[in-house]
Ligand binder design. Structure first.
Ligand code: CA
Length: 366
């Protein structure tokens, strides 16, 4: 009995000791977690835009600010404007080669390397920003984007949407399809090829190169983004006619490019911060453009006497015909384009029907 009692006491004491030990051990582990200096990461991010340019250039600055705040300084991102570290059109290669950890650009600039890439920025007569984001996040678009960048060691993330872009700036009015013949216009991506097919001569220039080309007459016309950004570049000083017609970039998505190895080297919480910050910037950029475009358009018309125009129906129909033809050619020529186009176009069709029933009618009635 006594022996048993002693045994029981011993068991209790041992149990208490082991509990205490356990508690101490947990405390020690917790203390180590707090005290141990956490690894810090300093990333470079190169862009295709002038440093701090409204909208486009501020999107990566906002991203850097979010990441720094959310990670409590464990991940810092330094943003470089086009040409500061690498030229605007070398952003993709710099991220792919690991020269820098990140980039901010537009996927249509890489169509020479990846024919399907323009689908992830803008397709003439394609999806609007709202439709595109729905496809990207809930229609399989993001997975397809990751697939086509994966061979280059790049992880794409949404980087903001400019909303519907304006038809652009023209030195002479466009009154018919004949006026497109021989027109030298700065216009990137598939839209440039559409215009070429319609008789014009597309030119590719980075943002910073456009104004002097338009002013000197090296080009007759240019598109850029819309009033908010176009006012900042001062195009009204070089061309009189501003076309508000939406056709070539109905909702242009920008992109964050992340070097996959650099991303994989981050702890899981910092990886989540990078992804969430990109999504936050994606949403706020569209809101920014929606809020600023109309005010900038008023300034262009009232203070700078810009002549606002719309393309005639004949020109729009011609551009649509050439777009359909070009997309059919791309589908035939490239397997990835065909695969991604199927997903994109099916989603667009479903949205077209839904919008007819809802917003399209609403806009006309309110
Ligand atoms: Ca544009």
């Amino acid at each position: 009995m006594i022996r048993n009692s002693m045994r029981s006491s011993a068991v209790i004491i041992l149990a208490l000791l082991s509990l205490t030990a356990c508690g101490d051990k947990q405390n020690t582990v917790a203390a180590a977690k707090v005290d141990q200096p956490q690894e810090k990461f300093a990333w470079k991010l190169v862009t295709s835009w002038p440093k701090n340019f409204p909208g486009l250039g501020m999107a990566p600055e906002k991203f850097a600010k979010h990441v720094n705040a959310m990670s409590n300084g464990r991940l810092t991102v330094k943003v470089y404007g086009a040409g500061e570290l690498v030229p605007g059109f070398e952003v993709f290669d710099a991220v792919s080669q690991g020269t820098v950890e990140m980039g901010h650009s537009g996927a249509y600039y890489w169509k020479g390397k990846i024919p399907a890439a323009p689908i992830f920025s803008a397709i003439p007569f394609g999806m609007t920003a709202t439709e595109f984001n729905a496809w990207l996040h809930y229609g399989g678009g993001m997975e397809l984007w990751q697939e086509i960048y994966q061979p280059f060691g790049i992880k794409p993330l949404p980087g903001g949407n400019s909303g519907a872009q304006f038809g652009g700036w023209f030195k002479k009015e466009i009154n018919s399809v004949a006026d497109l013949q021989g027109l030298k216009m700065r216009i990137p991506g598939l839209a440039g090829e559409v215009l070429k097919s319609a008789g014009a001569t597309p030119v590719t220039l980075t943002g910073g190169e456009i104004f002097s080309a338009l002013q000197s007459g090296a080009i007759d016309a240019t598109e850029w983004v819309g009033p908010y950004n176009d006012l900042a570049f001062g195009f009204y000083q070089a061309a009189d006619y501003y076309y508000s017609s939406v056709w070539h970039e109905p909702g242009t998505e920008l992109e964050f490019l992340v070097n996959q190895k650099a991303f994989d080297a981050l702890p899981a919480d910092l990886q989540a911060i990078v992804e969430v910050a990109a999504n936050a910037v994606n949403e706020s950029t569209l809101a920014e453009y929606n809020a600023r475009n109309n005010a900038a358009l008023k300034t262009l018309i009232e203070e700078h006497n810009v002549q606002l125009r719309q393309f005639p129906a004949e020109v729009m129909q011609t551009l649509k015909l050439h777009t359909d033809k070009l997309i059919a050619e791309q589908v035939k020529a490239d397997k990835d384009f065909a695969r991604i186009w199927q997903s994109y176009s099916e989603f667009l069709e479903s949205m077209r029907e839904f919008n007819k029933l809802t917003l399209q009618a609403y806009y006309e009635n309110r």
